[in-house]
Design a protein. Sequence first.
Length: 660
Amino acid sequence: IDGLIYLVKSDGTLEGTWRWPVSAGSSPFQPLILNTAGGRAVLAATESGLIHAWNADGEPVAGFPFQHPGGISFAPAAGDLNGDGLMDLVVVGSDGTVTAYSLQAGASDQDLWAMPLGDRSNSGTSGGGPMPAAVVGSIEPRQSGDVTIPYSVRGAAHTGVSLFYSVDAGYSWTPTGNYTQGRNTLIWHTEADLPHRIERQVAVKVTPALSSRSGECGVSGIFQVDNNVAPVILVHTPQDLGDGRFSFTYSLEDPEGDIIQVQAQFSTDGGETWNTMHTTGSTLSIEPWFYGEPFEWDSGKDVDPAMLGSVTVRIRAADLKPGPWFVLEELVSGEGRAPEARMVTHGRRVGGDVRLMLALSDPGMNPLDMEYEYSTDGGLTWLPATVSEPRKAEVTGYDYSVTWLSETDLPAFDGEGVRFRGTPSGDAPGVAVPTSPFRLDNNHPPIAVILAPGNYALFRGMVPVSFSLSDPEGDQVTLGLQYRTIGENRWFPAAGVVNPGPFGPAEYSSVLYWNSSQDIPFGRVSDLEIRLVAMDADSAFSMEKGPIALDNQRLPEVVRASMTSAAGRAGGAEIAFEVVDPSDRGIDLSVHFSLDGGATWRPASVTGQLTGLRGGSRNGSFTWNWRADAGPEPGPVTLRITPVFRDGAGRPRIINPRLP
């Protein structure tokens, strides 16, 4: 409280006392004792951002005091971040940023980086100084389609904003570019991100940008997004079964193919009041391929037979929300009604010859007079379909079955949102009710065959797998590898695949390299089986091969790698490494980079001493021209450094350098 700092030795005696420059309204934090370029020092900071340091004689250390802009939120921390034996000071600013000050060259040498959970809004801010901060206005609790997001930005000027959304009340966030920016508003096109869905715990956050760093985000309240399309029902003229019993069939339009229920009501006073019809048959939990199944109403249980002539019936379909009512003013009236045809496919994923069921409002209608069409965009556009001759249906509730020869119309096609319909033709234009959307898969899976290695072959680290591929469509094929010990049921995916592809037709006979030391380091295995998984739009496994043996003991390993500097303009990053080889072999380093988190790898543009490395432990460095590989404004980049020798490879080191 009196502004003095006391330094006490381990034996309890006083080492020194310094006057702490207390400033009004700015409390000091607990001091630190650490090494600096000027020797051992006592360091202390205040909320205002002023940082002091004294040596053991009570004299100010060169470079101190200095001012951290914007103030400090918590007591500073210290640590040797770069392994040079000297301490670095880490400060959390009041604006949510993290700053590291090197104590080797004085306060002028500082470094900044993003801290993803750096403030109470989890905005991922980075940089020093004042930041722009966004505030999201009120959003109505029930939304659909385009959602208007009002926002404002206070503080420093910003250069733009980004939008994230959450469907779990802010527990996780997803970035989106599906929005239009207006004056202090964003129009979020939710149907692009949440098509056909009902989400009840939606939140959005708007994050302003300033130069190369992000500001403090603004988070909305929780609201509901309802993009579900209600089903629309078309009820056919009911069939009079006698004794007051009626059979109802219907057609249904539901682009999402949801499980639905049918709700039916009747009125005897012209629609003033409605009562539930007690029906039998399929009215609850109806799957898409059972749309239109008839149900019956025994009217005598609900209404006096003498009043049937004045009964009005209304029926609707409902999934998560109900569709519109279809009203039948009279129970028996079919005069002048256009012929109707509804179609269903049994299954949501089909291919080749697709069997569809056809129900007609007039069972005597000739199915050969129908016009059959298909759509690949959910029903926006329609094209003539090639079908075989319809046959009498063997399924109750349907009149005919029609086989669509889909491979004739859509060879090698694989996609969602396919629909099919049949339109009654003739003098009176008919009504076509198409199927719900389904997936059509006419793409044939690739076939992979492992040619080598042979049984009982021994490998150290690198396993070359010679293969051949065949694919009727000539697709680009990506390969993965799986392994297991003989007798085990479970297969393990291999992370050490060096060149997964994709492989075009010219590369269907090639070699896949698996660096087994990445998956099974420091071990020896003698009974291992492997298999390939070939992937285009489909995937298929090869026959297993093996057993093979691995001896991954005493292999070289990159035990340390880090980026020590990255020149922004020149695009050259200095990568320091340490490679260890217990067997003292001649080692070369193979360097690859990935822009998709390790799914695909490409050779990196590197210079430096990367070949002929010898010695049990070898330190070195090389220069990576990241600008040539990743472009002038790279996103997240992964670098892989692998030690290779004459007949094998060692365990790689994978790093994620932060580029300018």
